[in-house]
Design a protein around this ligand. Sequence first.
Ligand code: HEM
Length: 363
Amino acid sequence: MTQQPPLRFDPSFETVPADEDEIQRGLTEAMLSIQRKTHADTGYAHRAVHAKAHGYLKARFEVLPGLPPALAQGLFAAPASYEAILRFSTTPGDILDDRVSTPRGAALKVLGVPGPRLRGSEGETTQNYVLGNSPAFQIGTAEGFLRQLRPLAATTGRAEPLKRAVSAVTRTAEAALEMVGGKSATLTTLAGQAKTHLLGDSFFSQAALLHGAYFGKVALSPVSSDLVALSERPLDLAGRPDGIREAVRDFFRTCPAVWELRVQLATDIEAMPVEDAAAMWSEDESPYRPVARITAAPQDTWSDAMRAAVEDRLAFNPWTGLAAHRPLGSIMRARRPAYAAAREYRSRGNRVEIAEPTAFPVA
Ligand code: HEM
């Protein structure tokens, strides 16, 4: 198969339905209702989804030299080196026993990046990537997502999470996900998540972003041999409710890690639409290509200081970043008000200020 050249972005590739504001309000409200319930249950204002963290990392983000012109865009226009923060998570809004295996997330914040900003993110200097461990979102549009989320959000928090989780694991993967609080089920892929080491996973933007004059999807992929060796490595979680977090912490006691940030540039708007986040873009037609290297030295991934700084006082948001990397399409647009409201809820609920860091937040 011959690969086509990257396609320049055209504003007509995005189409905004007439009722988009209403759909976005519905999604934001559904997210807030999850937060209210878990807050009432636990006394802590958690993230609406991806509430359970499995580790925080200090990392270095290096833009690769010698990128071809279509990749050398925006943040990647010239080689540079930045500090970065990573937070690993699993999708549910509840803090569940890890035996209930759900998809994973990775949130990356690159500090001190120069360049024109996205609307609403002026005055800040970070570039955020908020990623999940499958290449496409499970639902194409915000409307579809809202339809699934609404009835399920209403059933959240009716049972104590651990009890629910333990009874859930005795059922099939799909039934289990239905048991695990309504919203959790919706935000998982419904296919079940293998019980593997999180650090072997690749993480994806799932939906599209601008890449300067072009557009594409982004992936964070393990490249150091110690990380690659963990790909699909089974994790024994019996009797270990926080086994994923413990495995991440064990790894970083002695091992460094290297990932690549990779970009899959779109080459064909029909086959690689921006308005359908569930569309898989063929890697044969356009492979993910490296644009940056992320390295982390051995460190404590569950320190009190990092937990307080990252869990309480930071928010990762795909709309915090450079205008050159504007999120695209229905799902991405819906994330703008939802993340802002969720962050505000956490800030008020936990009585902490949440702000974009200008320097690494822990000494
Ligand atoms: C319309 C679709 C979506 C909505 C409404 C939504 C909503 C949210 C909200 C409200 C939060 C909590 C933010 C906070 O409290 O600071 C969140 C966190 C998160 N979301 Fe989404 N999300 C959506 C799509 C996605 C997609 C497509 C991905 C993955 C590619 C994703 C990955 C994550 C991750 C990893 C976090 C945790 C961030 C952290 O570590 O702080 N979300 N999402």
